[in-house]
Design a protein around this ligand. Structure first.
Ligand code: ADP
Ligand code: TRP
Length: 321
């Protein structure tokens, strides 16, 4: 079973990314073969600043390693290190009806958000399908927002196989991480870099602390029980504590007698303790850029080996070999 997913380096990694996507993806290392890449070509559709792109790519590389990606188990590389993906993307483009892409909501969303609708943004799902099909993925773990792109990739595989009368591509199965609740951000909305309401995994410590201490709460007086239903403090605490610790935290809030500041401090120290080993590993890799480059290079070589037979079969099927 080959699992594959791409991570777009388009912002600083935050708690929502970790609990919503990274943790489950990293756990799959022990369930089967994993192929994970940094989707830097995809990031170019929205990040058009050299330094920014470098920063985000490095943060994804270090961040995934820090969070437990094991380069011995997973094939980990930069999308742009395997340019063959563009050859396949073009072959797929030629069997992709315009209507299929026009229906993609993530493109429409980006336009609504004010991004100028460049062709890369429009063709984004084609490149993503090429990523998935090139490496022969069986299962693609993604967030709900990417579900439609997965369906489009399957459509393209079917269209290609039918058009050229050969079973060149196998159909990838999505694994949508529905069971993961959406992590709430510092302003009560979904935690997202677009809302500037995130707790960054590897960012500045003072900012992190300020973020936690600034989580909005209601005006329940100190001596009164605090509401726990829908509380961001409770939700975040649950993610980083054992069931017993969490039950005690909730009971404490319901008992009343303390101000929100106290609960926030407790939450902050749980978060810090939970993240400490990852932050340590992040620092480890931060000071060993050559090791990180080696890991990505090795990953790219392995990825190329996976890509070659598929690309050759596709070129052969269309008549270019
Ligand atoms: P952002 O919303 O900050 O732009 P991305 O879209 O880059 O984040 O998210 C990358 C992955 O992290 C996606 O698979 C998404 O499902 C997951 N993710 C991001 N934010 C959250 C969140 N608040 N709760 C759960 N999962 C999230
Ligand atoms: N589009 C995905 C996202 O924004 C990233 C991605 C690129 C991807 N190529 C992929 C995910 C292939 C899964 C498979 O999150």
């Amino acid at each position: 079973m080959r699992f594959l997913t791409g991570v777009k380096p388009s912002g600083h990694l935050h708690l929502g990314n970790y609990f919503g996507a990274m943790r489950a993806a990293i756990n799959l290392q022990d369930e089967g073969e994993t192929v994970y890449f940094i989707a830097d070509y995809h990031a170019l559709t929205t990040v058009q600043n050299r330094e920014e792109l470098h920063t985000y790519v490095r943060e994804v590389a270090l961040g995934w390693l820090a969070c437990g990606l094991d380069p011995e188990k997973a094939t980990f590389f930069r999308q742009s290190a395997v340019p063959e993906v563009h050859e396949l993307a073009w072959l797929l483009s030629c069997v992709t009806p315009m209507g299929l892409l026009e229906r993609c909501v993530s493109y429409k969303d980006k336009v609504v958000q004010g991004f100028s609708p460049n062709h890369g943004l429009f063709a984004y799902p084609v490149l993503m399908a090429a990523d998935i099909l090139l490496y022969g993925a069986d299962v693609v773990p993604v967030g709900k927002d990417q579900k439609q792109h997965l369906e489009v990739a399957r459509d393209m595989a079917v269209k290609f196989n039918e058009a050229f009368g050969k079973q060149v591509f196998k159909l990838p199965e999505p694994r949508i991480q529905e069971e993961v609740a959406t992590i709430t951000g510092l302003d009560g909305r979904k935690m997202s870099k677009s809302y500037n309401n995130t707790l960054e995994l590897f960012g500045d410590e003072a900012k992190f602390k300020k973020g936690v201490m600034g989580i909005p709460t209601d005006s329940t007086p100190i001596d009164q029980p605090k509401p726990v239903e829908g509380s961001t403090l409770v939700e975040l605490h649950k993610l980083v504590s054992t069931p017993d610790e969490h039950a005690a935290f909730v009971a404490d809030m319901q008992r009343g007698g303390r101000g929100y500041g106290d609960y926030k401090k407790q939450l902050l120290s749980k978060l810090q303790a939970y993240l400490a080993p990852m932050r340590e590993r992040y620092q480890h890799y931060l000071h060993r850029p050559d090791d990180v480059d080696d890991i990505l290079q090795t990953g790219a070589s392995r990825a190329r080996e996976l890509a070659e037979p598929t690309l050759n079969a596709a070129l052969e099927a269309v008549g270019l070999v």
